[in-house]
Design a protein around this ligand. Structure first.
Ligand code: PMT
Length: 405
């Protein structure tokens, strides 16, 4: 049975010559058991008719934001919320820019803003339009928000030019969608605990010790775990990053608060990840009021407990405990040492002085350190990196369940 069975896919078709391929895509989706709600932009109607798409998808075509009948029966907000996925294929440069800029000028623009469902774009356009910095900037924005981009392929384009711009074949889009939905349930029934962001250790009523962690890496992991069907518990320090959806969150401002919650919750979890940048020291006798400047020259510090090390030492049978290592030198040596000393299964080794940075950045380049060796990964957007790490976790758990790992 296809993993697309009963999935509600909102198929947005935008106006380019490749729109005709959306008809075949709609047919394949329906054949795989998906419920397809098609949307045709005005420009797309120059290439395919609503009647063709309606016939092949088996559903009425959305097009006019202000159509009385459509609004009465469906309601654009409700339809946006009921979809499991919004797939835009083909996605023109115009569609990508509308999504990136949040332009609610038509049905599609409104839908991009209103939906909570994941967005997948399969672009198709002239190669110069694809390579234009404006399009690439919009793509980067969309990726940073977690959107998935499939294609385009290189080859002969309808305009007679050659280069990147061809829509992926409908069968290939279908194959990727099936893999996507398989991944979405790969951690079903698995409970994960993850720490993220910085901790703040008070000095007095107005000052604290902390670091530059934004929480983005840990939040991306929490979101990717949740997307894979896991139940996710997130312990995080103070951060302004937008919180991930669908996870249980606890604000644990200091290392001691994070430790207390982690020890309480970890025994119930099969996967534990320490992505937080826990401050290494706290201030002995932090003041309740504001200290005078003169008293700040001699702060007495005490080491904080090592949270992931405590969870590693208390590891239960079958638990997978993963730490990070933030280093500026001897990356693999230090990550390997931390893996052993803290009794961790894997360490995500982070050279934090890499080009483009890691703390607060949108991207990260890691080396995955396991018992059998180290594997260097390319630099990815943190959301993409998180998805790839989660895929590794799911593969590991599945192999263990089959008795292979
Ligand atoms: O939040 P971002 O801006 O996206 O940045 C991401 C990040 C750089 C914070 C993240 O990728 C990262 O590397 N997190 C770990 C930072 C860190 O504290 O590294 P460490 O080498 O000092 O610690 C090693 C491990 O021990 C980590 O899993 C850490 O969570 C854990 N630790 C450290 C100290 C402590 N007292 N308790 C801990 O649990």
């Amino acid at each position: 049975m296809s993993t697309l069975q009963h999935q509600h896919i909102l198929l947005a078709v935008t106006g380019g010559i490749a729109a005709y391929k959306a008809l075949e895509l709609a047919r394949l989706l329906v054949q795989a058991g998906a419920k397809v709600t098609p949307l045709l932009t005005k420009a797309a109607q120059k290439f395919v008719t609503p009647l063709s798409l309606q016939t092949l998808s088996g559903s009425a075509v959305l097009s006019d934001l202000f159509a009385d009948a459509e609004e009465l029966e469906i309601g654009h907000i409700r339809i946006a919320r009921s979809a499991d996925l919004v797939l835009t294929a083909p996605a023109t440069a115009q569609a990508l820019s509308r999504a990136a800029l949040g332009l609610a000028t038509d049905y599609l623009g409104t839908l991009y803003l209103a939906t909570r469902a994941p967005l997948i774009f399969a672009p198709a356009m002239n190669q110069a339009m694809w390579l234009h910095p404006a399009t690439q900037d919009h793509l980067a924005t969309l990726k940073q928000r977690g959107a998935i981009i499939w294609g385009p392929e290189e080859g002969n384009l309808a305009c007679g030019e050659e280069g990147p711009g061809r829509l992926l074949a409908p069968a290939e889009i279908l194959r990727r969608l099936e893999a996507y939905f398989t991944a979405r349930s790969s951690l079903k029934g698995i409970r994960c605990l993850i720490t993220a962001g910085p901790t703040q250790e008070p000095i007095d009523a107005v000052r604290y010790i902390s670091n530059h962690s934004s929480g983005k890496m840990g939040y991306a992991l929490a979101e990717a775990l949740s997307e894979a069907g896991a139940e996710v518990i997130l312990l995080h320090g103070p951060t302004s990053a937008p919180p991930p959806e669908g996870v249980t969150r606890y604000l644990t401002p200091s290392a001691l608060e994070m430790l207390a919650q982690a020890k309480r919750l970890a025994p119930r979890c099969q996967v534990i990840i320490g992505a937080a940048a826990v401050a290494d020291f706290s201030v002995k006798n932090a003041a309740a009021g504001k200290l005078k400047k003169i008293n700040l020259t001699h702060l007495e510090l005490r080491p904080n407990p090592d949270i992931i090390a405590e969870l590693g030492q208390a590891k239960q049978k079958g638990q997978l405990v993963i730490g990070f290592a933030a280093e500026t030198e001897r990356l693999i040596e230090e990550a390997t040492r931390k893996r052993k000393e803290k009794n961790l299964d894997w360490v995500v080794a982070n050279q934090v002085n890499q080009v483009g940075g890691v703390f607060g950045a949108e991207e990260n380049q890691i080396t995955l350190v396991q018992a059998h060796g180290a594997e260097e990964w390319p630099r990815f957007n943190k959301k993409e990196l998180a998805r790839r790490l989660v895929k590794r976790i799911a593969n590991h758990i599945q192999a263990k369940q089959k008795g292979e790992a």
